[in-house]
Design a binder for this molecule. Structure first.
Ligand code: ADP
Ligand code: MG
Length: 482
């Protein structure tokens, strides 16, 4: 049966120091209801059109809970036609993207996004479940094609994600004539002095917070007609150690200039800290969310491998995973630092493997080239820092290796649970099968892994021996990859 979020679902942890800060602020300002309160009041006003949302909510793996505020009935869309889209947009969905029907998050969230009074929305859904289509279709549908000014803005944490989202938008909107532009730092080859560039006329702008802020404060990007503002990977965009300041500034600038702007926040993860904060900054929003214990993808099998030393971690990758995985699909190896990336790259290349590596210190054009080669299938194995941990979508990726486990910036004995979930979500896109190998070397690694298992309430299977080909074969078979 569909579960409706009420304030009885107690927030699990309150560890970070700035949670206290937020709570203090909350106590001082009673104006905006907290996540829990908003949810509780919304239960009374819950309005679900014809009850057919429930059929989605009952399906295994969907486990998306929803809370609506106000009295707008929303009817979930079982086909794209149900959404009253223009024929041009339907053509984009069917012919360019080759989609047949909406995924669950699309079926539920799109009516919320597209129905007046265009309420704000905070939407959590699994990795690879199709969130991009929700907000891209939202932006394309709400833009007035005849008004040649910026009307929709989408802000993403990385250049790679902004470019990827723009590519989806341009495919989906191919037949609409709607114009779009990417706001990311320019690469050095086609650099143009910022002051000399003409003002932005594109109707939809997708970019990173630094560049968008720069363009808006220099008045190159006018926001007075912006009626829809999207944050992809929104929990990171609003986190203290993410882009909180820039995001709030952009949000406030738009709210000041534009009469009514719908705000959409999308992510696979919203920890309690961010949830509480979101309730304060985004008024009167509908919500969709998933319990953290239900966030891991069933189609992606997770393993841990004990390795006696660092060289054996490299040997596991080379002799076990590459040997068996070579013909399977593509692999992403995540490392914690740029240094670690360089070291692993060097070791694997010296052993005769072709790998490419991406990290934030590379030049913009090199980053773009490495991503393009991987997306075009020209490279099989990509080493990455957490630069690509979030949002990166490549359906052929079915193996993820955590060479290092992700830890919190401020405390290296604490796992970064959200980053872990995002990293493993690079495999198994849209229900595909995948496997993750966590390479553990020290007692600290063991402890981090245990904490991750507890947090998501899932037991991660152990590969019995790091140097047994049979054990790895068994693991890949169990994941459905062999
Ligand atoms: P996330 O929820 O992680 O942001 P994405 O939006 O990146 O997921 O989508 C994951 C993959 O699923 C993409 O490759 C996308 O093309 C595909 N996809 C999304 N919606 C549909 C759909 N309705 N039918 C088929 N494939 C879809
Ligand atoms: Mg995404």
């Amino acid at each position: 049966m569909a579960e409706v979020k009420s304030n009885s679902a107690a927030p699990a942890e309150r560890k970070l120091s700035w949670v206290e800060e937020v709570e203090e602020e909350e106590a001082a300002s009673k104006s905006a209801p907290s996540w829990g309160e908003a949810a509780a009041s919304a239960v009374d006003a819950l309005a679900i059109g014809q009850g057919n949302f429930n059929s989605f909510l009952d399906e295994p793996q969907s486990n998306i809970k929803l809370v609506t505020t106000g009295d707008t009935p929303y009817i979930s869309a079982s086909t794209f036609e149900d959404l009253n889209l223009t024929p041009e947009l339907l053509k984009g969905l069917y012919m360019e993207l080759k989609f047949q029907k909406p995924s669950k998050i699309q079926a539920i969230s799109l009516p919320m996004i597209l129905t007046p009074p265009y309420k704000n929305l905070v939407a959590q859904a699994h990795n690879g479940s199709g969130k991009t289509t929700c907000f891209v279709l939202g932006m394309l549908s709400r833009v007035d094609p005849n008004l040649k000014v910026p009307q929709a803005l989408c802000i993403c944490p990385t250049r790679e994600l902004a470019i990827q989202n723009l590519e989806v938008l341009q495919k989906m909107g191919k037949h609409t004539g709607i114009t779009s532009e990417c706001a990311v730092p320019m690469d050095s080859t086609n650099y143009m002095s910022f002051a000399k560039r003409p003002p932005v006329t594109a109707q939809i702008v997708i970019g990173t917070p630094g560049t968008i802020k720069k363009w808006t404060s220099a008045k190159k990007l006018g926001v007075s007609s912006v009626k829809i503002l999207v944050f992809d990977e929104a929990d990171h965009m609003l986190a203290e150690d993410g882009f909180k300041d820039d995001s709030l500034r952009i949000m406030k600038d738009i709210q000041r200039m534009s009469a009514h702007c719908q705000v959409l926040l999308f992510s696979a993860t919203f920890n309690e800290t961010v949830k509480n904060f979101v309730s304060r900054v985004v008024n009167d929003h509908n919500q969709l969310f998933v319990k953290k214990e239900e966030l891991s993808l069933e189609s992606v099998k997770q393993y841990k491998v004990n390795c006696p030393d660092e060289l054996s971690k490299i040997m596991v990758i080379k002799d076990r995973i590459f040997e068996l995985g070579e013909n399977l699909g593509q692999t992403i190896i995540f490392v914690r630092t740029r240094h670690s990336a360089g070291m692993l790259h060097k070791s694997l290349v010296e052993l005769g493997y072709e790998v490419t590596t991406i990290q934030g210190a590379l030049k913009q054009e090199d980053r773009d080239k490495i991503v393009k080669e991987f997306k075009d299938g020209l490279t099989q194995v990509l080493i990455s820092t957490d630069l690509l941990a979030r949002g990166f979508d490549q359906q052929q990726v079915n193996l993820v290796i955590n060479y290092d486990l992700p830890v919190k910036h401020e405390n290296h004995s604490e796992p970064d649970y959200e980053v872990y979930l995002h990293r493993i979500g690079r495999a198994g896109r849209f229900g595909r099968k995948g496997a993750v190998f966590n390479l553990l070397m020290s007692e600290r690694d063991q402890m981090l892994m245990e904490k991750i298992e507890q947090h998501f309430n899932s037991q991660i299977a152990q590969v019995a021996s790091w140097n047994s080909a049979e054990d790895f074969k068994g693991a890949l078979k169990a994941a459905g990859l062999l």
